[in-house]
Write a protein that binds this ligand. Sequence first.
Ligand SMILES: [Zn+2]
Length: 332
Amino acid sequence: MKKAAIILTILFVVLSCGGRKATTAKVPVTTTAPTATTVEFSADSAFRYIKKQTDFGPRVPNTEAHLKCSAWLASRLSVFGAQTYIQGFETETFDKSKLQCYNIIGSYNPDCPTRIILCSHWDSRPWADNDSDPANWKTPVDAANDGASGVGVILEIARQLQKKAPGIGVDCIFLDAEDWGPGPDFKGNHLDTYWGLGTQYWAKNPHKEGYRARYAILLDMVGGKGAQFAREKYSVMYGKQVVDKVWNAAASLGYSSLFKQSDGGYITDDHYFINTIARIPAIDIVPYLPQCPQSCFGPTWHTTQDNISNIDKNVLEAVGKTLLTVIYNEKQ
Ligand SMILES: [Zn+2]
């Protein structure tokens, strides 16, 4: 994602959506909301899915690791019972490089008109240009946190959705080419549109004609040690109710120290383009660590230290359980 600037502007079984329509009940209806103990989410599985991605090597577009990982991601969604799409496309970068990219989509309850999106970028940044050692600035990033973590959490959620179908449609979307924003040698005028190339493509060319969703939740860097998530400002601007829903779910599960009730910055991330191009309310779960000297996204952001050894299973679990709670409480 874009470096923070000035003020951080910086089932195959298709259940018919469960038929759980809201009705005007005359008698009190007791509903039992899922809790941390009733929602199953294996942080060990999520961790394994992250490691599998990093084991391919940096998933930089136009590399073999990228191609191999794309096939693996699609195969996982399919094995976990999702109707799976691979959206291949060519895109052009800030420096006029041509990239062969893939957005990978897995749909649960594909015919249900009420849908939500869980998404994360899956590509690795080609340059570790925030590394403390300038000699590493042109080294590709392992991207265990900045890419693979969100994908790992969503894959584990997908595995759980196969076991227990949601009452609504869920689209898991792995977005490509988020992190090919200008590199260490760039001297020109920095545009937000240099980032989130896969999302911009998907927002203009959704995988289904006329596609709509109630909202989208973006996961970006959701596995770092010491992570804390604040209420990112574009998220609040475009989807305050969704932010409230997610942060309240986290609080109900005892994760308030991770999901802080404080304001974050304005972050140019994939959700920005889902909001502004697809016009679907989209929020971002992204770290906000203003005291961190290396980056408000955490010490490993765009460095060679963004590797599997700096992933914290407790953070993965908190994010995964929070999202499953939100999903299972969502009604048509
Ligand atoms: Zn990044």
